[in-house]
Design a binder for this molecule. Structure first.
Ligand SMILES: *Cc1c(COP(=O)(O)O)cnc(C)c1O
Length: 385
């Protein structure tokens, strides 16, 4: 068994997820569950390091998955001793060849459109009479700060608008879902909820639950947890429904790092360093969103004495993490630690350019280090032919 002091000996790059930090988040989420009566499930899209599921499933009721593969992972790795696991499966569009297997392993199936619901409802119910059906709504209230993460943007394919709602669906569904937020505070939820209620509350009468989706930044410092609890309690009392939340980011938020090494330094108009990781392959949101990842013991360009442009070890010119300054010049072999790289990172990784995938390492609560996954050439080759 590896111990904390062995961290220096691990080959980089690796993601290090700290279970003590994860547990802090889970305790906040559990407090919300207990105080508000809402059920919270993990969105696998944002965080799916299943080596940590034995801890997570002590707190959360289940998982929300976006199709067959995530649903299978939930069934296999999130199973609970008391059989209470809930697997919710939503997909922008389900496929004929997947739907029967999805029906077998799901507790809730959430359709994106009345079309999809009418197409699949009978097959799904025939296979699993207990499955609960829901429809995803687009409340048409845009509040996401980034268009790429705005499910309610113009021409959005995600969810059913009021104009596209067909009252016939009410015969078959037990609930409604919406997902409209991204890294947002409770004020944004209030606004979306107001838009959602204004348009759709006339249909709540016979519903059992409303799923408020994800994007709630519940575990971020400063999030008004008490207000969230109040909103949920009032909503539950007003409409006599259960409420679900399905955060991904809030579960993995600030629970660990991506550790890389400097492979070379050079000067071409400015100081440059090449790392054994990649923005493109290992931190895609830094380019897609885009945002600047924090690096431990560094500052913005020019603030400390030595400024470098950090780049990845691929041949993509734009594979650049950004410009950072340090107290000392960087040397080959120095560790560069990117903060908060556990959500929406390894779930999106690629083997682009043959670059090695970072290992997955868990720092357990008892301070032992578990290298749960290392990747090699086979992972690259197997996907290509
Ligand atoms: C992505 C997603 C979530 C989780 O969102 P976070 O921002 O990670 O909390 C929940 N529900 C649906 C439908 C999603 O697409």
């Amino acid at each position: 068994m590896k111990m904390m002091k062995d961290l220096d000996k691990l080959n980089t790059p690796y993601y290090l997820c700290d279970e003590s930090l994860l547990k802090n988040n889970l305790e906040i989420l559990n407090y919300v569950q207990e105080q508000s009566g809402a059920k919270i499930i993990l969105a696998l899209k944002g965080f799916a390091m299943w080596g940590t599921f034995p801890l997570i499933k002590k707190y959360l009721k289940g998982c929300t998955s976006s199709g067959l593969h995530e649903a299978l992972l939930a069934r296999e790795e999130f199973a609970k001793d008391d059989n209470s696991l809930e697997v919710h499966t939503y997909s922008p569009a389900f496929k004929d060849e997947d739907i029967e297997e999805i029906a077998k392993i799901s507790d809730h199936i959430v359709f994106n459109s009345p079309n999809q619901l009418f197409k699949f409802k009978d097959r799904v119910k025939k296979i699993n009479s207990h499955v609960s059906l829901s429809l995803r709504i687009n409340p048409e209230h845009s509040s996401s700060p980034k268009e790429i993460y705005n499910p309610c943007g113009i021409y959005s394919r995600l969810g059913t608008t009021l104009a596209n709602f067909d009252e016939e669906v009410l015969k078959y569904i037990d609930g409604l879902n919406f997902h409209a937020l991204c890294e947002q505070d409770v004020g944004a939820l209030e606004e979306v909820l107001a838009a959602f209620e204004e348009k759709f509350s006339k249909y709540f009468k016979n519903l059992k639950y409303i799923n408020f989706g994800g994007g709630h930044h519940i575990t971020k410092k400063g999030y008004d947890v008490e207000k969230l609890i109040k909103i949920i309690k009032e909503f539950r009392a007003k409409y006599d429904v259960e409420v679900y939340l399905e955060p991904g980011e809030a579960v993995g938020w600030e629970t660990g790092v991506l550790v890389s090494s400097v492979l070379d330094t050079m000067h071409n108009g400015m100081d440059l360093a090449i790392l054994d990781t990649s923005a493109e392959a290992h931190m895609p949101d830094t380019l897609a969103m885009p945002y600047r990842a924090e690096i431990r013991d560094s500052a913005k360009a020019g603030e400390k004495k030595y400024t470098y442009r950090l780049g990845g070890n691929t041949c993509l010119a734009g594979d650049i993490m950004g410009d950072y300054s340090f107290d000392e010049p960087l040397k080959v072999g120095d560790k560069i630690i990117f903060e908060d790289q556990i959500h929406y990172t390894f779930v999106k990784n690629t083997t682009f350019n043959g670059i090695k995938l970072p290992s997955l390492v868990i720092l357990r609560e008892d301070k032992t280090l578990d290298v749960v996954k290392e990747f090699g050439y086979e992972d690259y080759k197997n996907r290509l032919s």
